[in-house]
Design a protein around this ligand. Structure first.
Ligand SMILES: C[S@@+](CC[C@H](N)C(=O)[O-])C[C@H]1O[C@@H](n2cnc3c(N)ncnc32)[C@H](O)[C@@H]1O
Length: 220
């Protein structure tokens, strides 16, 4: 199963390791479906060593890239030109205060190979959708259960989990990126029954939250 603690991620990055590099299909989908408007600002959550953040800058975004693993942020900074329009920050998307993100709101919020590791996905998505600018996009690029071996199930989403992620958006598009699901969400539906600004989920959290850890092995 996948890593479950910040320490495990830190050890991975301190060993000089990274994860599956950005592929041609992902680059093509980004170009086709996430074109930046002038001055567009993106937030990448769980940025690892920053490859996607740097790619988004190359396409025209300014990017805030966050990860809760300090070693990831250190590696990402080392690999990024000082002049590049990326602001890296250590930030835990589950426990951090959204007000502590580098900017208040974003045109694009993206998770790449990181959303499956979020435990309370309803709460995290409900908080982040409030950080989207009008017309903004949430993009989740994720391994899917059908394409990973059983022992790596926890790094991936199944169709039910993807259905819960996409349920409260007017615009939903899903593409295949060489085995990864590339999910584009726009125009969030109003969450009825929630007071304005609430981050309480209205679905049973156990139904969507990540499975609990058992024996540990490598992360991906
Ligand atoms: C599999 S790696 C993917 C890294 C990068 N996005 C990539 O595609 O190479 C998942 C990343 O999510 C980060 N992560 C996991 N849980 C997190 C959390 N609660 N807050 C912020 N980052 C988190 C990990 O530290 C790790 O760097």
């Amino acid at each position: 199963m996948g890593y479950t603690t910040e320490d495990e991620w830190n050890a991975h990055y301190r060993d000089g390791r990274s994860f599956r590099p950005l592929g041609d299909a992902e680059r093509a989908l980004i170009e086709a479906h996430l074109p930046p408007s002038p001055g567009a600002l993106a937030l990448e959550v769980g940025c690892g060593t920053g490859e996607l953040a740097r790619h988004l800058v190359a396409t025209g975004y300014r990017v805030d890239a966050v990860d809760y693993a300090e070693a990831a942020i250190e590696a990402a900074r080392q690999q990024t030109d000082l002049a590049a329009a990326v602001t890296y920050a250590r930030f835990d998307i589950e426990t951090g205060e959204p007000a502590d993100l580098p900017h208040h709101a974003y045109d694009l919020i993206v998770f790449r190979q990181s959303f499956a590791f979020v435990r309370d996905r309803v709460r995290v998505v409900n908080r982040l959708r409030e950080r989207l600018r009008p017309g903004g996009t949430l993009c989740v690029i994720t391994p899917v259960v059908a394409n990973v071996p059983d022992h790596k199930r926890d790094i991936a989403l199944d169709d039910g989990e993807i259905g819960l992620l996409t349920a409260d958006w007017h615009h939903v598009a899903r593409f295949d990126a060489e085995g990864l699901a590339f999910i584009v969400l726009r125009d969030p539906r109003l969450l009825r029954g929630l007071p304005a600004g609430s981050d309480a989920g209205r679905k049973p959290l156990a139904a969507i939250s990540r499975r609990q850890p058992s024996d540990s092995d490598d992360g991906m």
